[in-house]
Ligand binder design. Sequence first.
Ligand code: KG4
Ligand code: ZN
Length: 338
Amino acid sequence: MLVLGIETSCDETGIALYDTEKGLQAHALYSQVKLHADYGGVVPELASRDHIRKVVPLIEEAIKEAGVTQNDIDGIAYTRGPGLIGALLVGSSVARSLGFAWNVPTVGVHHMEGHLLAPLLDDIDLEFPFVALLVSGGHSMLVKVDAIGSYELLGESVDDAAGEAFDKTAKLLDLDYPGGPRLAKLADKGNSERFTFPRPMTDRPGLQFSFSGLKTFAANTIRDLKAASESGELSEQDKADVAAAFQEAVIDTLLIKCKRALKQCNVKQLVIAGGVSANVQLRAQVTELMNKLGGKAFYPAPAFCTDNGAMIAYAGAQRLLAGQTDELSDQVLPRWPL
Ligand code: KG4
Ligand code: ZN
């Protein structure tokens, strides 16, 4: 079965063709990062308009890259939510129109299910059940995955998502949008031991996260450094040290909760997915942890950590194989629990 995947939940237009027997056949991605950079964050109306501009050309590009024609496509998967409503409507309208025109079924996919299944785009020996840590710009959650479609939410953030905390702290350090990867790069040059950031909610039982306090701690640290500096500004080393200490606190906190979740579920496989799973330090430390625990860590390929069409095509293909398709009355879901 050849499935077209369409992702338009936020600021990336992601298109892919996934074949359930032959694997990924093509993927095309357009990032709107430059469009939103001047505003320091995603502007929903601009995002929708840019998806409209790019979605059809990218579908044509993916079909060409895969060396197929539209007649070879057996089904269409699109991101139904959660996300920005206008952006979601672009993908869903295009998916459903093409489904109608080509007479093939369509299926709406949960964006986070896409992220969590992304490692399976590679042919890996991941077996159910496993625990997944989903860390993106909009979500931080721990999920027990018993089978495709069978998800138990173990814990989530009570305030900011991990990626959001990265982006907000990056902004405090005057880094351009999107700050997460930039902060990570800066952290490489920093000394994480100079400041002791808290490890939020690790001193009590449970699997909830809270990251907004780390951003506040960073703001206070930066304020104190400015007050103590002759120029009233932070040096590059100051910034790198704050970045390193912040990043270490986030990773430490995530690791403590992952360890707890694995123990609670009595499983030894851990999947890390979502934009923050591209973080090199996080990946290294999770691998080390799983080696120590005698288990194994799985991540998506770096290109499929952040938003993309391949993960939607994959998740949608599994749903279509299971006989699930859309109802005409289905609507996009800007807020949609997993
Ligand atoms: O999954 P994603 O592309 O979009 C959402 O569904 O939110 O995740 C984007 C988030 C952003 O907050 C971005 O700063 C963060 O992932 N991110 C990173 C890194 N790469 C992306 N955060 C930390 N380190 C990175 N290397
Ligand atoms: Zn995402």
